[in-house]
Design a protein around this ligand. Structure first.
Ligand code: CP
Length: 312
C-alpha cells in the first residue's frame, strides 16, 4: 500500500479490522518492521489523540518519529503553480515535500478545512500537494474532507462491541458553538457504507453532508425517531455544507442525553464539549465507548503503517 488518504484506500475493511485486533493483542510483535526508518508527523492543526496514537503506533513498529507543528513553526507554504511569491508565503510545496522526503520514509499530515472556501478545501491543497511532490508514502491524519484513521478506529471499536449480525448505528449531529469541519462525519459515513448495519444519519435541516458522500444513506430529520432501537449512537458536530462553514443552529435540544441514548452505546471521536454536545451522564456512563475509541486509534494507525512498511 502506497498511501492512506481515505477510507477508499482500504481493500477489505473486515480484514483490516481483524488484523488490527491481532496487533492490539500483541502490539510489539512487529518491532523490527520499521527499524532504520523514520516517519514524519506534520501538523498544520492541533491534536492530542492523533499525534500521540500515531507516534505510539510508529514506535510499536520500531520506526523513528519526527513531529513538527507546521502551522506555527514551519514556513508558510505556497500551493499555486507559477505564483509570484512576493506576499505571505515563504516556501513552495514543491520544495517542502521533496525536502521532507529526504528525512522521512513516510509522511503523515494533518491539515483541516478552512471552512471559508469549499472549492479550496475540497481540492485538499496540503494533502494533495504532498501527495504530488513527496517521494514517500503519505498518510492522512485528518484533512479537509476526511479523517480515515478515526473511522478505521471506529470500525475496530464497533467490531469489538457489536454482538448483532446487523446492528442499528445512528450518526447524530450535536450542537457546538464553533463551526467545525465535516471530515470525521464524512469518513464515518464512508466507513459505515462498508458495514453490515442499519445506518441512519440525523441532523437539523440545513446540515446535510456532501450528498456525494451520503449517497444511499438514510437521513431522518427527527432525532427521536432516528434513535429508536439504536445499538450505537455516534454524535458529532459539523457546520453546514450547503451554506458552507456556517453555524445555522446551536439548538440544545439536539444535545445527547442519557434519556435519549437509552441502552445504546455512545461514540464520539473526542475532543468533546461536555453538556453542550453530550451530557455528563452519557460520557461518564457505562455505555460510553469514547476512551476505547481513542485507544483504538493506535491500532488503526499501526495497521496502516504496517501495510505501508510491508509494501515499501
Ligand atoms: N479524534 C481526534 O482526531 O483527536 P485529536 O484532534 O485530538 O487528534
Amino acid at each position: 500500500m502506497k498511501q492512506y488518504l481515505s477510507i477508499h484506500d482500504i481493500d477489505s475493511l473486515p480484514a483490516w479490522v481483524a488484523q488490527a485486533r491481532e496487533l492490539k493483542a500483541d502490539s510489539s510483535a512487529l518491532k523490527a518492521l520499521g527499524k532504520g526508518k523514520t516517519i514524519g508527523l506534520l501538523f498544520f492543526n492541533n491534536s492530542l489523540r492523533t499525534r500521540l496514537s500515531t507516534q505510539k503506533a510508529a514506535l510499536n513498529l520500531g520506526l523513528d518519529v519526527m513531529a513538527m507543528n507546521f502551522g506555527n513553526e514551519g514556513w508558510a507554504l505556497e500551493y499555486q503553480d507559477g505564483t509570484v511569491m512576493d506576499r505571505g508565503t515563504s516556501e513552495h510545496i514543491k520544495e517542502a515535500a521533496q525536502v521532507v522526503s529526504q528525512y522521512c520514509d513516510i509522511i503523515a499530515i494533518r491539515a483541516f478545512a478552512s471552512l471559508s472556501n469549499r472549492e479550496n478545501d475540497e481540492a485538499e491543497l496540503v494533502l494533495n500537494g504532498f501527495k504530488k511532490f513527496a517521494e514517500v508514502p503519505i498518510v492522512n491524519m485528518e484533512s479537509s474532507v476526511g479523517h480515515p484513521l478515526q473511522a478505521l478506529a471506529d470500525a475496530i471499536t464497533l467490531a469489538e462491541q457489536n454482538s448483532k449480525p446487523r446492528p442499528k448505528v445512528v450518526l447524530s449531529w450535536g450542537p457546538h458553538p464553533k463551526a467545525l469541519p465535516h471530515a470525521v462525519a464524512n469518513s464515518f459515513v464512508e466507513m459505515m457504507q462498508l458495514q453490515e448495519a442499519d445506518f441512519v444519519i440525523t441532523h437539523p435541516k440545513g446540515y446535510e453532508l456532501n450528498p456525494i458522500i451520503t449517497k444511499n444513506c438514510a437521513i431522518e430529520y427527527d432525532q427521536q425517531r432516528a434513535l429508536e432501537n439504536a445499538d450505537f449512537v455516534y454524535v458529532k458536530n459539523w457546520s453546514s455544507y450547503s451554506d458552507y462553514g456556517k453555524v445555522l443552529s446551536q439548538d440544545q435540544d439536539w444535545m445527547m442525553t442519557q434519556e435519549k441514548l437509552g441502552h445504546a452505546k455512545f461514540m464520539h471521536c473526542l475532543p468533546v464539549r461536555r453538556n453542550v454536545v453530550v451530557e455528563d451522564a452519557v460520557l461518564d456512563g457505562e455505555n460510553s465507548l469514547v476512551i476505547e475509541q481513542a485507544n483504538n486509534r493506535t491500532f488503526a494507525a499501526q495497521i496502516v503503517l504496517k501495510k505501508i512498511l510491508e509494501s515499501s
